[in-house]
Design a protein. Structure first.
Lengths: 448, 295
């Protein structure tokens, strides 16, 4: 029973079928948008007017096509592939390796001449031939009038390594999925958050790392711009602070440069505007002396609201905090570089750079923009599977390159004055033919 | 082919100096790089021992490279052709490693798939005399009069292992000379050559693709915190990987003919293009920089 299962699992057509089915489902997942809201699928795949005549939202949601890469059948397929890999390695690759590692001399002329590459070279000596082969990196064995030479044996072993490395990668990925935690936070410049609050997604098996009770302080968040206004890089200066308030580590992270602490990795992934400082000067009761007030106004994202396209934030300054607070000035910004100001009727009043100290008068109020503060968007993650996955990756890199090596074997016998040569290889057949041709061409000829 | 290769290299080098970063940041540059890669792989492959005898792969690889350049120059809007600055996520040494390995693997896989197409074309033309003649003519265009020069007897062996015919030549007189055995480069020989060429190319391309996927995964893990996120580009690269894995394994299945394997390999040609251009046309996911983010 066990053997039979093993045998059917290691069947190549089955494995090929698995590869193609996984490829098909993967492709499907790129055609149907993944992980959208229920309403999104209802809107885009209505029951009337079905896409291709049969795809509508109940079908998509029932089959789990909205999160195809985490459905039980997709994961099952990957598991099945892993099982096939194991079975194939045990029942096929290993025996093949054992056979090729065991070599023997051949002495029947007919056997040699029946090989893929076969030649009979008159007036030649076996010792010349074997020296030439040794020069080209072959391992040569001679016993009397028989010779055996091979190279690239590792090319036979490497595919086993490829399969093993793939198993490591799949296993590591499974461990990551079951034992990992992740989450994202948006933290205003100057504030802090507890690490545990950023690790919100995980399975029942995942456990909080010891550092989860510590918190992270955002000391500074800045954006570098290119001369043309494009964002060049984001930087967050972070401190990890333990529950007693002691700083454990401090690092400025950016995209591509994360912070690692106690098994938790923090990545710079996003940013937002969080608040704007505004100084308001109003004429006093006597009409001459000004009263100045400075406010910090929180900013909210307006993306997708009221026809706004792209990332944009806004805030609102009431004309008066005493009576009607519905009338006021709107301040809108796309980044830290400029703020557009609209008066209480919604008319465009002007643009100012933050901290430019250049006042603008709107609705009889003199405004001066202060500092615009940002929030840094961090992605937090614990991933216990990474060492396994990386081990698999390293193995894959090495073994897949080694798999390109061709295992070439050459047998030869001395027959009176001639040598009879037979050879075969498993991959580089054309190169092998040429190499053998060249070697045989340079075997010295003995003319009496 | 040499001229095209050299001028594309010159163009890319000039852009590298001008923009100060590796010239692979947008679609135009990467298409040019791909064209360069196709010509380079083709040259390496065909100039190698044993593969220099047929013009058929060149007849497919040449136009593919030319169409790639034409597409890059004519179909892309002018502002996308300019060398631009990199977005933050691409500022990493991994860029050079990941993208160039990916592009090389695409180029190698495309050349390999074209060999599969050649195989299918030659195979299909075997029953059609005119096409067969034309192909064999094409095949001989760069080959030096058929079979390699040999200075030793050619042995033919009958099925029972008995030596039936030995063509003897006076080797000592004509060493390395003009003597060439009458070419027997019939369809069968071309087919074997195409098949071997395809297998070697796709094997190398598959290895490069593996390296590219691994480097991409490691980079993603370092930069974004996840080595695999089912981003469309990643997914299609995986699909490409699976298709070529199918090709490599299909050759081991006893019941499959070489023709079936080659059909899989040829299908890979389309998958590579979907992965490479198609996904960017959708313009979604982490890899959409090349198309939209630089506008």
């Amino acid at each position: 029973m066990g053997k039979k299962t093993l045998k059917s699992l290691s069947s190549l057509p089955l494995a090929i079928g698995e590869l193609l089915v996984i490829a098909g489902f993967s492709a499907l997942g790129t055609v149907i948008e993944q992980n959208k809201s229920f309403a999104w699928y209802v809107e885009n795949y209505p029951t009337e007017n079905k896409s291709l005549g049969f795809i509508d939202f109940p079908l998509i949601l029932d089959l789990g096509l909205d999160h195809i890469y985490t459905t039980w059948y997709f994961l099952g397929l990957l598991g099945l592939l892993g099982a096939s890999l194991t079975a194939c390695t045990v029942t096929r690759q290993w025996p093949v390796w054992k056979v090729s590692a065991k070599w023997k001399f051949l002495d029947r002329r007919a056997t040699l001449l029946a090989m893929e590459e076969a030649e009979s070279v008159p007036r030649a000596r076996l010792s010349d031939f074997s020296d030439l082969l040794a020069d080209r990196g072959y391992q040569v064995f001679i016993k009397g009038k028989k010779m055996y030479a091979f190279k690239g044996l590792i090319g036979r072993l490497a595919p086993i390594g490829v399969h093993a490395a793939l198993l490591f990668t799949l296993g590591g990925a499974a461990y990551s999925g079951l034992g990992g935690l992740s989450g994202s936070v948006m933290v205003p410049d100057g504030s802090s958050f507890e690490i545990a609050s950023g690790l919100t997604r995980g399975s029942l098996l995942s456990s909080m790392p010891g550092i989860a009770k510590s918190s992270v302080q955002v000391n500074d968040f800045t954006i570098d711009y290119l001369p043309n206004g494009q964002v060049s890089q984001f930087y967050s200066d972070l401190s990890v602070v333990d529950p007693n308030g002691k700083e454990m580590s401090r690092k400025t992270i950016s995209v591509n440069v994360p912070l690692r602490a106690g098994g938790v990795t923090m990545y710079q992934t996003d940013w937002a505007l969080s608040s704007m400082q505004v100084t308001v000067a109003k004429p006093g009761a006597d009409g001459e002396t000004e009263t100045e007030n400075t406010y910090v106004l929180p900013m909210a994202s307006l993306e997708g609201k009221g026809g706004f396209q792209g990332r944009i934030w806004g805030t609102f300054l009431p004309l008066s905090f005493d009576d009607d607070q519905r009338r006021g000035i709107s301040l809108v910004a796309r980044d830290f570089q400029s703020v557009a100001i609209y008066d209480s009727k919604g008319a465009f009043a002007g643009v100012r750079r933050p901290e430019s100290k250049k006042p603008i008068v709107v609705d009889g109020i003199k405004l001066m923009l202060g500092d615009v503060k940002g929030s840094t968007g961090l992605e937090l993650k614990t991933d216990p599977g990474v060492p396994l996955v990386y081990a698999g990756f390293a193995g894959l890199m090495v073994t897949s390159f080694l798999s390109l090596l061709s295992h070439s074997q050459i047998w030869a016998i001395q027959e009176e004055t001639a040598i009879v040569v037979g050879g075969k290889t498993n991959r580089a057949k054309e190169e092998f033919r040429t190499e053998l041709d060249e070697v045989l061409n340079s075997v010295p000829e003995y003319v009496d | 082919m040499y001229v095209g290769n050299a001028s594309l290299f010159g163009l890319l080098a000039a852009r590298w100096i001008e923009s100060g970063h590796f010239p692979l940041s947008n679609m135009y540059e990467s298409l040019l790089f791909l064209a360069w890669g196709i010509t380079a792989v083709h040259l390496v492959v065909t100039e190698r021992d044993g593969f220099s005898e047929s013009a058929i792969p060149g007849a497919l690889a040449g136009p593919t490279a030319a169409l790639t350049v034409a597409g890059a120059t004519l179909a892309l809007p002018a502002e996308l052709q300019r060398a631009t600055a990199l977005v933050p996520a691409l500022k990493s040494n991994w860029l050079m490693m990941h993208v160039s390995v990916m592009m090389l693997s695409y180029a190698t896989l495309l050349v390999g798939s074209l060999s599969c197409v050649s195989y299918l074309v030659v195979d299909a033309s075997q029953d059609w005399a005119a096409a067969k003649g034309a192909l064999e003519k094409l095949d001989k265009m760069v080959s030096n009069d058929g079979e390699r020069v040999r200075n030793r007897p050619k042995v033919s062996v009958a099925a029972d292992g008995e030596t039936v015919a030995v063509e003897t030549m006076n080797a000592s007189e004509d060493y390395g000379g003009e003597l060439a055995i009458e070419a027997t480069r019939d369809g069968e020989r071309i087919l074997t050559e195409m098949d071997n060429l395809a297998y070697r190319c796709l094997g190398a391309g598959f290895t490069l693709l593996t390296a590219g996927l691994v480097s991409g995964a490691v980079w993603a893990n370092e930069a974004w915190g996840s080595y695999w996120s089912w981003d469309p580009k990643e997914t299609w690269a995986l699909i490409t990987w699976l298709v070529y894995a199918t090709y490599l394994h299909s050759r081991l299945v006893a019941g499959w003919s070489k023709k079936d394997s080659c059909a899989v390999g040829a299908a890979g040609f389309l998958v590579v293009w979907v992965c490479y251009v198609g996904v960017n046309l959708w313009g979604v996911g982490l890899h959409s920089y090349g198309w939209f983010a630089n506008k």
